[in-house]
Design a protein. Structure first.
Length: 426
Protein backbone atom coordinates (compact mmCIF):
# COMPACT_ATOMS: atom_id res chain seq x y z
CA UNK A 1 0.00 0.00 0.00
CA UNK A 2 1.30 3.45 -0.93
CA UNK A 3 0.26 6.31 1.34
CA UNK A 4 0.90 10.00 0.87
CA UNK A 5 0.69 12.25 3.96
CA UNK A 6 0.26 15.92 3.08
CA UNK A 7 1.62 18.01 5.97
CA UNK A 8 4.38 16.77 8.30
CA UNK A 9 3.52 18.78 11.41
CA UNK A 10 2.52 17.80 14.95
CA UNK A 11 -0.10 15.36 13.65
CA UNK A 12 1.10 14.54 10.14
CA UNK A 13 4.57 13.30 11.06
CA UNK A 14 3.58 10.97 13.93
CA UNK A 15 0.66 9.63 11.85
CA UNK A 16 2.92 9.06 8.82
CA UNK A 17 5.42 7.21 11.02
CA UNK A 18 2.74 4.99 12.59
CA UNK A 19 1.30 4.14 9.16
CA UNK A 20 4.81 3.34 7.91
CA UNK A 21 5.35 1.04 10.91
CA UNK A 22 2.24 -0.90 9.82
CA UNK A 23 4.18 -1.84 6.67
CA UNK A 24 2.83 0.72 4.18
CA UNK A 25 5.21 2.73 2.05
CA UNK A 26 4.67 6.34 3.11
CA UNK A 27 5.66 9.53 1.32
CA UNK A 28 5.39 12.65 3.52
CA UNK A 29 4.86 15.95 1.72
CA UNK A 30 5.74 19.28 3.29
CA UNK A 31 6.18 22.75 1.80
CA UNK A 32 9.17 23.40 4.08
CA UNK A 33 12.37 21.91 2.59
CA UNK A 34 14.03 21.93 6.05
CA UNK A 35 11.31 19.63 7.39
CA UNK A 36 11.77 17.32 4.39
CA UNK A 37 15.55 17.23 4.89
CA UNK A 38 15.23 16.59 8.65
CA UNK A 39 12.80 13.69 8.17
CA UNK A 40 14.86 12.14 5.37
CA UNK A 41 17.89 12.13 7.66
CA UNK A 42 15.82 10.10 10.15
CA UNK A 43 15.39 13.03 12.56
CA UNK A 44 12.37 14.96 13.83
CA UNK A 45 11.62 18.69 13.94
CA UNK A 46 9.05 18.41 16.75
CA UNK A 47 9.31 17.11 20.32
CA UNK A 48 7.02 14.19 21.07
CA UNK A 49 7.65 11.22 23.33
CA UNK A 50 9.24 8.29 21.41
CA UNK A 51 8.72 9.96 18.01
CA UNK A 52 12.47 10.26 17.26
CA UNK A 53 13.09 6.51 17.61
CA UNK A 54 10.03 5.63 15.55
CA UNK A 55 10.90 8.03 12.72
CA UNK A 56 14.56 7.01 12.55
CA UNK A 57 13.46 3.35 12.44
CA UNK A 58 10.91 3.67 9.61
CA UNK A 59 13.20 5.96 7.59
CA UNK A 60 16.09 3.47 7.99
CA UNK A 61 13.80 0.63 6.81
CA UNK A 62 12.84 2.68 3.74
CA UNK A 63 9.17 2.84 4.74
CA UNK A 64 9.00 6.63 5.25
CA UNK A 65 10.41 9.23 2.89
CA UNK A 66 9.71 12.96 2.69
CA UNK A 67 9.53 15.29 -0.29
CA UNK A 68 8.23 18.67 -1.35
CA UNK A 69 6.76 17.03 -4.48
CA UNK A 70 3.54 15.00 -4.62
CA UNK A 71 3.57 11.50 -6.19
CA UNK A 72 0.88 8.94 -7.01
CA UNK A 73 -0.39 6.83 -4.06
CA UNK A 74 -3.34 4.66 -3.05
CA UNK A 75 -4.34 6.70 -0.01
CA UNK A 76 -3.83 10.45 0.51
CA UNK A 77 -4.14 11.86 4.02
CA UNK A 78 -4.35 15.63 4.55
CA UNK A 79 -3.06 16.96 7.89
CA UNK A 80 -2.45 20.67 7.38
CA UNK A 81 -3.32 23.61 9.66
CA UNK A 82 -6.74 25.32 9.66
CA UNK A 83 -6.14 28.66 11.39
CA UNK A 84 -8.70 31.39 11.89
CA UNK A 85 -8.72 34.97 10.68
CA UNK A 86 -8.99 38.24 12.60
CA UNK A 87 -12.74 37.80 13.26
CA UNK A 88 -12.38 34.14 14.20
CA UNK A 89 -13.49 33.08 10.71
CA UNK A 90 -12.05 29.66 9.77
CA UNK A 91 -9.41 29.64 7.06
CA UNK A 92 -9.42 26.40 5.03
CA UNK A 93 -6.92 27.73 2.48
CA UNK A 94 -4.24 25.14 3.34
CA UNK A 95 -6.75 22.26 3.07
CA UNK A 96 -7.88 23.39 -0.38
CA UNK A 97 -4.24 23.89 -1.43
CA UNK A 98 -3.48 20.34 -0.30
CA UNK A 99 -6.45 19.02 -2.30
CA UNK A 100 -5.27 20.97 -5.35
CA UNK A 101 -1.80 19.42 -4.93
CA UNK A 102 -3.28 15.91 -4.86
CA UNK A 103 -5.67 16.45 -7.82
CA UNK A 104 -3.19 15.89 -10.69
CA UNK A 105 -1.93 12.52 -9.39
CA UNK A 106 -5.31 11.14 -8.29
CA UNK A 107 -6.47 7.94 -10.05
CA UNK A 108 -9.49 5.65 -9.91
CA UNK A 109 -9.45 3.46 -6.79
CA UNK A 110 -7.69 6.05 -4.57
CA UNK A 111 -8.87 7.25 -1.17
CA UNK A 112 -8.55 10.87 0.05
CA UNK A 113 -8.91 11.47 3.80
CA UNK A 114 -8.98 14.85 5.53
CA UNK A 115 -7.75 14.79 9.16
CA UNK A 116 -7.35 18.54 9.82
CA UNK A 117 -9.85 20.08 12.23
CA UNK A 118 -12.25 21.73 9.81
CA UNK A 119 -15.45 23.75 9.67
CA UNK A 120 -18.57 21.75 8.78
CA UNK A 121 -18.77 21.25 5.00
CA UNK A 122 -15.01 21.32 4.31
CA UNK A 123 -14.81 17.70 3.10
CA UNK A 124 -17.59 18.47 0.61
CA UNK A 125 -15.52 21.45 -0.58
CA UNK A 126 -12.53 19.16 -1.07
CA UNK A 127 -14.75 16.86 -3.17
CA UNK A 128 -16.00 19.86 -5.19
CA UNK A 129 -12.44 21.02 -5.84
CA UNK A 130 -11.37 17.55 -7.00
CA UNK A 131 -14.48 17.30 -9.22
CA UNK A 132 -13.58 20.64 -10.72
CA UNK A 133 -9.93 19.72 -11.35
CA UNK A 134 -10.54 16.14 -12.48
CA UNK A 135 -13.54 16.01 -14.81
CA UNK A 136 -12.19 12.63 -16.02
CA UNK A 137 -12.88 11.00 -12.61
CA UNK A 138 -16.26 10.20 -11.01
CA UNK A 139 -16.05 12.10 -7.70
CA UNK A 140 -18.45 11.15 -4.86
CA UNK A 141 -21.23 13.69 -4.42
CA UNK A 142 -20.59 14.85 -7.99
CA UNK A 143 -21.48 11.73 -9.96
CA UNK A 144 -24.37 9.32 -10.20
CA UNK A 145 -23.50 5.68 -9.72
CA UNK A 146 -20.20 4.33 -8.43
CA UNK A 147 -17.51 6.89 -7.72
CA UNK A 148 -13.90 6.38 -8.83
CA UNK A 149 -12.38 7.61 -5.57
CA UNK A 150 -13.38 7.62 -1.90
CA UNK A 151 -13.38 10.88 0.08
CA UNK A 152 -13.72 10.92 3.87
CA UNK A 153 -13.16 13.00 6.99
CA UNK A 154 -11.44 11.40 9.98
CA UNK A 155 -10.38 13.90 12.65
CA UNK A 156 -7.25 13.37 14.69
CA UNK A 157 -8.00 13.32 18.44
CA UNK A 158 -4.58 12.84 19.99
CA UNK A 159 -3.22 14.64 23.03
CA UNK A 160 0.23 16.25 22.65
CA UNK A 161 2.62 14.32 24.88
CA UNK A 162 0.67 11.06 24.28
CA UNK A 163 0.36 11.22 20.49
CA UNK A 164 1.89 7.83 19.64
CA UNK A 165 -0.21 6.00 22.22
CA UNK A 166 -3.46 7.79 21.38
CA UNK A 167 -2.99 7.44 17.60
CA UNK A 168 -3.36 3.70 18.11
CA UNK A 169 -5.63 3.36 21.14
CA UNK A 170 -8.23 6.12 20.60
CA UNK A 171 -11.50 5.36 18.84
CA UNK A 172 -11.80 6.99 15.42
CA UNK A 173 -14.82 8.68 13.88
CA UNK A 174 -14.81 8.21 10.11
CA UNK A 175 -17.21 10.30 8.05
CA UNK A 176 -17.66 9.53 4.37
CA UNK A 177 -19.05 11.71 1.62
CA UNK A 178 -21.03 8.49 0.98
CA UNK A 179 -21.30 5.35 3.17
CA UNK A 180 -19.07 3.53 0.69
CA UNK A 181 -16.35 6.22 1.13
CA UNK A 182 -16.55 5.76 4.92
CA UNK A 183 -16.14 1.99 4.63
CA UNK A 184 -13.11 2.38 2.36
CA UNK A 185 -11.45 4.78 4.81
CA UNK A 186 -12.33 2.49 7.73
CA UNK A 187 -10.46 -0.32 6.01
CA UNK A 188 -7.36 1.90 5.94
CA UNK A 189 -7.52 2.94 9.64
CA UNK A 190 -7.95 -0.68 10.75
CA UNK A 191 -4.33 -1.23 9.63
CA UNK A 192 -2.94 0.71 12.59
CA UNK A 193 -5.79 1.68 14.98
CA UNK A 194 -6.61 -0.61 17.93
CA UNK A 195 -9.53 1.55 19.13
CA UNK A 196 -13.00 1.23 17.61
CA UNK A 197 -13.52 2.79 14.17
CA UNK A 198 -17.05 4.18 13.84
CA UNK A 199 -18.49 5.39 10.55
CA UNK A 200 -20.81 8.33 9.91
CA UNK A 201 -21.25 11.19 7.44
CA UNK A 202 -18.46 13.67 6.71
CA UNK A 203 -20.50 16.56 8.14
CA UNK A 204 -21.30 14.72 11.39
CA UNK A 205 -17.61 13.77 11.79
CA UNK A 206 -16.54 17.39 11.23
CA UNK A 207 -19.00 18.61 13.86
CA UNK A 208 -17.98 15.82 16.26
CA UNK A 209 -14.37 17.01 16.29
CA UNK A 210 -15.39 20.62 16.96
CA UNK A 211 -17.81 19.43 19.64
CA UNK A 212 -15.12 17.52 21.55
CA UNK A 213 -12.88 20.54 21.88
CA UNK A 214 -15.77 22.94 22.59
CA UNK A 215 -16.93 20.56 25.36
CA UNK A 216 -13.52 20.75 27.00
CA UNK A 217 -13.34 24.53 26.57
CA UNK A 218 -16.76 25.04 28.19
CA UNK A 219 -15.78 22.81 31.11
CA UNK A 220 -12.46 24.58 31.65
CA UNK A 221 -14.32 27.92 31.44
CA UNK A 222 -16.54 26.77 34.30
CA UNK A 223 -13.44 26.05 36.41
CA UNK A 224 -11.85 29.36 35.43
CA UNK A 225 -15.00 31.32 36.23
CA UNK A 226 -15.20 29.61 39.63
CA UNK A 227 -11.57 30.54 40.32
CA UNK A 228 -12.29 34.23 39.75
CA UNK A 229 -15.41 34.14 41.94
CA UNK A 230 -13.48 32.30 44.68
CA UNK A 231 -10.67 34.86 44.40
CA UNK A 232 -13.17 37.70 44.86
CA UNK A 233 -14.60 35.92 47.91
CA UNK A 234 -11.16 35.11 49.38
CA UNK A 235 -11.76 31.34 49.17
CA UNK A 236 -9.31 28.67 47.98
CA UNK A 237 -10.85 27.44 44.69
CA UNK A 238 -8.75 24.26 44.70
CA UNK A 239 -10.24 23.22 47.98
CA UNK A 240 -13.77 24.00 46.76
CA UNK A 241 -13.22 21.91 43.60
CA UNK A 242 -11.73 19.02 45.58
CA UNK A 243 -14.74 19.05 47.88
CA UNK A 244 -17.35 19.49 45.13
CA UNK A 245 -15.77 16.63 43.14
CA UNK A 246 -16.58 14.29 46.04
CA UNK A 247 -20.16 14.45 44.75
CA UNK A 248 -20.73 11.35 42.59
CA UNK A 249 -21.97 13.36 39.60
CA UNK A 250 -19.66 16.39 39.78
CA UNK A 251 -16.28 16.41 38.01
CA UNK A 252 -14.88 19.93 37.72
CA UNK A 253 -11.69 20.47 35.71
CA UNK A 254 -8.73 22.59 36.83
CA UNK A 255 -8.57 26.37 36.59
CA UNK A 256 -5.42 27.80 35.06
CA UNK A 257 -4.02 31.05 33.64
CA UNK A 258 -6.24 30.62 30.53
CA UNK A 259 -6.58 28.08 27.75
CA UNK A 260 -3.80 27.65 25.22
CA UNK A 261 -2.66 25.44 22.38
CA UNK A 262 -3.76 25.42 18.79
CA UNK A 263 -6.94 23.36 19.28
CA UNK A 264 -9.12 24.17 22.27
CA UNK A 265 -8.56 27.91 22.00
CA UNK A 266 -9.39 27.81 18.26
CA UNK A 267 -11.88 25.08 17.36
CA UNK A 268 -14.91 26.32 19.35
CA UNK A 269 -14.87 29.44 17.18
CA UNK A 270 -15.60 27.24 14.13
CA UNK A 271 -18.89 26.23 15.78
CA UNK A 272 -19.67 29.82 16.78
CA UNK A 273 -18.95 30.95 13.25
CA UNK A 274 -21.30 28.27 11.83
CA UNK A 275 -24.30 29.55 13.85
CA UNK A 276 -23.47 32.66 15.90
CA UNK A 277 -27.00 33.23 17.20
CA UNK A 278 -27.34 29.78 18.73
CA UNK A 279 -23.86 29.25 20.14
CA UNK A 280 -23.91 31.71 23.02
CA UNK A 281 -22.56 29.32 25.65
CA UNK A 282 -19.64 28.23 23.47
CA UNK A 283 -18.76 31.86 22.67
CA UNK A 284 -19.01 32.91 26.31
CA UNK A 285 -16.75 30.03 27.38
CA UNK A 286 -14.12 31.26 24.92
CA UNK A 287 -14.45 34.77 26.32
CA UNK A 288 -14.24 33.56 29.94
CA UNK A 289 -11.09 31.54 29.20
CA UNK A 290 -9.46 34.45 27.35
CA UNK A 291 -10.35 36.84 30.20
CA UNK A 292 -8.59 34.55 32.67
CA UNK A 293 -5.29 35.66 31.14
CA UNK A 294 -6.03 39.29 32.08
CA UNK A 295 -7.04 38.19 35.56
CA UNK A 296 -3.76 36.29 36.00
CA UNK A 297 -1.81 39.33 34.80
CA UNK A 298 -3.58 41.55 37.33
CA UNK A 299 -2.81 39.10 40.16
CA UNK A 300 0.83 38.78 39.07
CA UNK A 301 1.22 42.56 38.90
CA UNK A 302 -0.16 42.88 42.42
CA UNK A 303 2.39 40.28 43.53
CA UNK A 304 5.27 42.18 41.89
CA UNK A 305 4.17 45.35 43.63
CA UNK A 306 4.25 43.52 46.98
CA UNK A 307 8.03 42.97 46.60
CA UNK A 308 9.20 46.34 45.17
CA UNK A 309 12.40 46.13 43.13
CA UNK A 310 12.90 42.41 43.81
CA UNK A 311 13.21 39.72 41.15
CA UNK A 312 10.01 37.86 40.22
CA UNK A 313 10.15 34.28 38.96
CA UNK A 314 7.63 33.13 36.34
CA UNK A 315 7.37 29.34 36.32
CA UNK A 316 6.68 28.04 32.81
CA UNK A 317 5.94 29.30 29.29
CA UNK A 318 4.43 26.17 27.70
CA UNK A 319 0.70 26.00 27.00
CA UNK A 320 0.41 23.01 29.32
CA UNK A 321 2.43 20.66 31.49
CA UNK A 322 5.48 18.70 30.39
CA UNK A 323 5.62 19.76 26.74
CA UNK A 324 7.75 22.22 24.76
CA UNK A 325 4.86 23.75 22.80
CA UNK A 326 4.42 27.50 23.37
CA UNK A 327 1.69 28.12 20.76
CA UNK A 328 -1.18 30.28 22.02
CA UNK A 329 0.24 29.83 25.52
CA UNK A 330 -1.45 31.88 28.25
CA UNK A 331 1.68 31.40 30.41
CA UNK A 332 3.79 33.01 27.70
CA UNK A 333 1.33 35.91 27.38
CA UNK A 334 1.40 36.56 31.14
CA UNK A 335 5.21 36.29 31.38
CA UNK A 336 5.67 38.56 28.35
CA UNK A 337 3.35 41.18 29.81
CA UNK A 338 5.33 41.12 33.08
CA UNK A 339 8.64 41.28 31.20
CA UNK A 340 7.47 44.35 29.27
CA UNK A 341 6.29 46.03 32.45
CA UNK A 342 8.94 44.99 35.00
CA UNK A 343 11.92 44.42 32.63
CA UNK A 344 15.04 42.87 34.21
CA UNK A 345 13.20 42.05 37.42
CA UNK A 346 11.53 39.19 35.55
CA UNK A 347 13.20 35.75 35.66
CA UNK A 348 11.69 32.93 33.64
CA UNK A 349 12.07 29.25 34.46
CA UNK A 350 11.19 26.96 31.55
CA UNK A 351 13.04 23.65 31.46
CA UNK A 352 11.58 23.01 27.98
CA UNK A 353 13.24 26.11 26.44
CA UNK A 354 16.94 26.45 25.59
CA UNK A 355 16.54 30.22 25.26
CA UNK A 356 13.75 32.77 25.67
CA UNK A 357 11.42 33.17 22.68
CA UNK A 358 12.21 36.11 20.42
CA UNK A 359 9.28 38.16 21.77
CA UNK A 360 11.23 38.66 25.02
CA UNK A 361 14.17 40.29 23.23
CA UNK A 362 14.95 43.72 24.64
CA UNK A 363 12.71 43.31 27.70
CA UNK A 364 15.61 42.49 30.04
CA UNK A 365 13.91 39.28 31.24
CA UNK A 366 16.28 36.34 31.76
CA UNK A 367 15.91 32.56 31.52
CA UNK A 368 17.18 30.89 34.71
CA UNK A 369 16.91 27.42 36.25
CA UNK A 370 14.58 26.45 39.07
CA UNK A 371 17.31 26.14 41.73
CA UNK A 372 18.63 29.63 40.97
CA UNK A 373 15.09 31.01 41.10
CA UNK A 374 14.49 29.43 44.50
CA UNK A 375 17.78 30.88 45.76
CA UNK A 376 17.34 34.40 44.39
CA UNK A 377 13.64 35.29 43.88
CA UNK A 378 11.28 36.23 46.72
CA UNK A 379 8.17 36.18 44.48
CA UNK A 380 6.82 33.41 42.23
CA UNK A 381 4.08 33.30 39.62
CA UNK A 382 3.25 29.64 38.87
CA UNK A 383 1.96 29.49 35.29
CA UNK A 384 2.54 25.89 34.16
CA UNK A 385 2.14 22.64 36.09
CA UNK A 386 5.34 20.95 34.84
CA UNK A 387 6.23 17.98 37.08
CA UNK A 388 9.51 19.63 38.07
CA UNK A 389 7.63 22.63 39.52
CA UNK A 390 5.24 20.37 41.43
CA UNK A 391 8.23 18.71 43.07
CA UNK A 392 9.26 21.80 45.10
CA UNK A 393 8.54 20.95 48.77
CA UNK A 394 6.96 23.47 51.10
CA UNK A 395 10.15 24.13 53.09
CA UNK A 396 11.93 25.39 49.93
CA UNK A 397 9.18 27.94 49.19
CA UNK A 398 7.72 28.74 52.61
CA UNK A 399 9.11 32.29 52.67
CA UNK A 400 8.11 33.13 49.07
CA UNK A 401 5.28 35.36 47.93
CA UNK A 402 3.32 33.26 45.44
CA UNK A 403 0.54 33.58 42.91
CA UNK A 404 -0.17 29.98 41.92
CA UNK A 405 -2.40 29.96 38.82
CA UNK A 406 -2.24 26.14 38.60
CA UNK A 407 -2.86 25.11 42.20
CA UNK A 408 0.30 22.97 42.40
CA UNK A 409 1.79 24.53 45.54
CA UNK A 410 -0.78 23.71 48.21
CA UNK A 411 -0.58 25.14 51.73
CA UNK A 412 1.58 28.05 50.57
CA UNK A 413 1.70 30.35 53.61
CA UNK A 414 2.46 33.52 51.63
CA UNK A 415 0.06 32.87 48.79
CA UNK A 416 -0.63 36.28 47.28
CA UNK A 417 -3.44 37.69 49.39
CA UNK A 418 -6.68 37.60 47.48
CA UNK A 419 -8.01 40.95 46.47
CA UNK A 420 -11.68 41.02 47.36
CA UNK A 421 -13.86 42.58 44.68
CA UNK A 422 -10.97 42.60 42.22
CA UNK A 423 -12.36 43.54 38.82
CA UNK A 424 -10.50 42.85 35.61
CA UNK A 425 -11.60 44.18 32.25
CA UNK A 426 -12.04 41.25 29.85
N1 LIG B 1 -6.44 23.17 30.71
C1 LIG B 1 -6.85 23.77 31.88
N2 LIG B 1 -7.54 23.02 32.80
C2 LIG B 1 -7.80 21.70 32.60
C3 LIG B 1 -7.40 21.09 31.39
C4 LIG B 1 -6.71 21.85 30.46
O1 LIG B 1 -6.62 24.96 32.11
O2 LIG B 1 -8.40 21.08 33.49
C5 LIG B 1 -5.72 23.97 29.70
C6 LIG B 1 -4.30 23.47 29.43
O3 LIG B 1 -3.41 23.97 30.38
C7 LIG B 1 -4.07 24.01 28.03
C8 LIG B 1 -5.46 23.93 27.39
O4 LIG B 1 -6.38 23.83 28.45
O5 LIG B 1 -3.67 25.37 28.06
C9 LIG B 1 -5.65 22.75 26.45
O6 LIG B 1 -5.04 21.57 26.97
P1 LIG B 1 -5.69 20.13 26.85
O7 LIG B 1 -4.78 19.17 27.49
O8 LIG B 1 -7.08 20.15 27.35
O9 LIG B 1 -5.84 19.86 25.30
P2 LIG B 1 -4.86 19.93 24.01
O10 LIG B 1 -5.07 21.26 23.35
O11 LIG B 1 -3.47 19.53 24.33
O12 LIG B 1 -5.50 18.74 23.12
C10 LIG B 1 -6.90 18.79 22.81
C11 LIG B 1 -7.51 17.40 23.13
N3 LIG B 1 -8.96 17.51 23.06
C12 LIG B 1 -9.74 17.04 24.07
O13 LIG B 1 -9.29 16.58 25.09
C13 LIG B 1 -11.22 17.13 23.86
C14 LIG B 1 -6.99 16.37 22.15
O14 LIG B 1 -7.63 15.12 22.33
C15 LIG B 1 -7.22 16.84 20.69
O15 LIG B 1 -6.73 15.92 19.74
C16 LIG B 1 -6.47 18.16 20.53
O16 LIG B 1 -7.05 19.11 21.43
C17 LIG B 1 -6.64 18.60 19.08
O17 LIG B 1 -5.67 18.42 18.30
O18 LIG B 1 -7.72 19.05 18.70
Amino acid sequence: LKVCMVGLGYIGLPTAAVIARSGASVLGIDVDPRVVETVNSGKVHIEEIDLDGLVSGVVARGLLRASTQIAPADVFVIAVPTPFGPNHEPDIGYVLEAAATIAPVLKAGDTVILESTSPIGTTEKVAALLADRRADLAIPGHCSGTADVAIAYCPERVLPGRILVELIDNDRVIGGITPRCARKALHFYRRFVRGACVTTTARAAEMTKLTENAFRDVNIAFANELSVVADTMGIDVWEVIRLANRHPRVNILSPGPGVGGHCIAVDPWFLVHADPENSRLIRTAREVNDAKIAHTIARAEALAEAVPGAPIACLGLAFKANIDDFRESPALKVALHLAKRFGDRVRIVEPYAARLPQAFEGTGAQLIDLDTALETCPAFVVLVDHDIFRSVPLDERADKHVHDARGIWPDQPKAAASTPRLRVAG
